[in-house]
Ligand binder design. Structure first.
Ligand code: 13P
Ligand code: SF4
Length: 319
């Protein structure tokens, strides 16, 4: 405990000395989430992280999360230094959508408006007309559909399918998925819901469609946290990374939170419902990067300018 207190003290001092602000995602270690809040930073979903980093006056933004979140911060704030506890923290959606293959896919469908999920590389964003996150994908696609646009969507097929179903838009989907949310199983969820029929089911839309169809609320991490606070239910079954339980329980201490099953027999396995890349962020490497600035996010200038346009559109649309 002493060692942890010492680390936290040093991180707080380093943040101040470097004019740095810490922005953390809800899936990161609770220690990092707490530190971000105690030091005037923020804990947020991916859209809010982008907005916060963009509005905060600090000259250095430290992003505890995964690579695309750091890149987004850099694209929006080229004049700021953007650091991450480790640049190795990627995302299966990003990995599963290489920029060259994606460009070929776009070339084959020049009549379609290209909409990409934020969970992609700067190079993929540079090829897009729009960037969206799970909190605004539906509204943006609805708007494009109303204007008669046909859509090319990448990379998450489950989120794409959900948006297609709810908006009725003409969408061609890339075949990508999140290795964490893909593990949630309809069969186990059905059994758990039978045991707790009064529980509300909260689902992140990166989950398989049979799971999404059982949801009372489908939404981004922030939207799911809000649901726990605002719905009258005492119990919730939650299908998203279990890092989110820290904030949910803190904001709604009297509610009972159950993890959605990640195996067909109803059993849960903690490591299945936790993103291995989010888990790479810790107090040790956070302090290290603050002291050494060696994990700095860089985005090539030409790429950055092209990726900025679709990102700006998203921020303006959701402002
Ligand atoms: P949110 O935008 O909902 O925070 O999701 C980001 C993410 O990576 C989910 O797996
Ligand atoms: Fe990517 Fe899934 Fe991890 Fe989110 S939880 S960062 S989508 S791998």
């Amino acid at each position: 405990a002493d060692e942890k207190a010492d680390l936290e003290g040093r991180i707080k001092a380093a943040l101040k000395a470097k004019d740095a602000v810490l922005v953390a995602h809800y899936y990161t270690d609770p220690d990092l989430q707490r530190l971000a809040e105690e030091t005037g930073g923020c804990v947020a979903d991916s859209l809010e992280m982008a907005r916060f980093g963009n509005q905060h006056p600090a000259s250095t933004v430290v992003v505890a999360g995964v690579r695309f979140m750091g890149e987004t911060a850099k694209i929006l704030n080229p004049e700021k230094k953007v650091l991450m506890p480790t640049l190795e923290a990627t995302c299966s959606l990003d990995v599963g959508c290489p920029a060259d293959e994606f460009a070929d896919f776009c070339d084959q469908h020049p009549d379609r408006t290209v909409v990409v999920y934020a969970n992609t590389s700067a190079a993929v964003k540079a090829r897009a007309d729009w960037v969206v996150t799970s909190s605004c994908a539906q509204a943006i696609v609805e708007d494009l559909d109303a204007r008669g646009e046909k859509i090319l969507w990448a990379p998450d097929k489950h989120l794409g399918h959900y948006v297609q179903k709810t908006t009725g838009a003409d969408m061609l989907l890339w075949d990508g998925s999140c290795i964490v949310h893909e593990e949630f199983k309809y069969r186990g969820l059905e059994d758990l819901k039978a045991l707790y029929p009064e529980a509300a089911v909260l689902v992140h839309p990166e989950s398989p469609n049979a799971v999404v169809e059982m949801a009372d609320v489908v939404g981004s991490t922030s939207q799911l946290i809000h649901a726990v606070q605002s719905l009258p239910n005492d119990k919730f079954i939650v299908a998203t990374d279990n890092g989110i339980f820290y904030k949910m329980q803190q904001l709604a201490p009297n509610k009972t939170l159950l993890e959605a099953p990640t195996a067909g027999n109803g059993a849960t396995c903690r490591s299945c419902a936790h993103c291995p890349w989010m888990a790479m962020n810790g107090l040790q490497n956070l302090l290290h990067v603050l002291e050494h600035s060696d994990q700095e996010v860089e985005v090539d200038d030409a790429l950055r300018e092209r990726a900025l346009k679709p990102l700006r559109r998203m921020l303006d649309f959701t402002a």
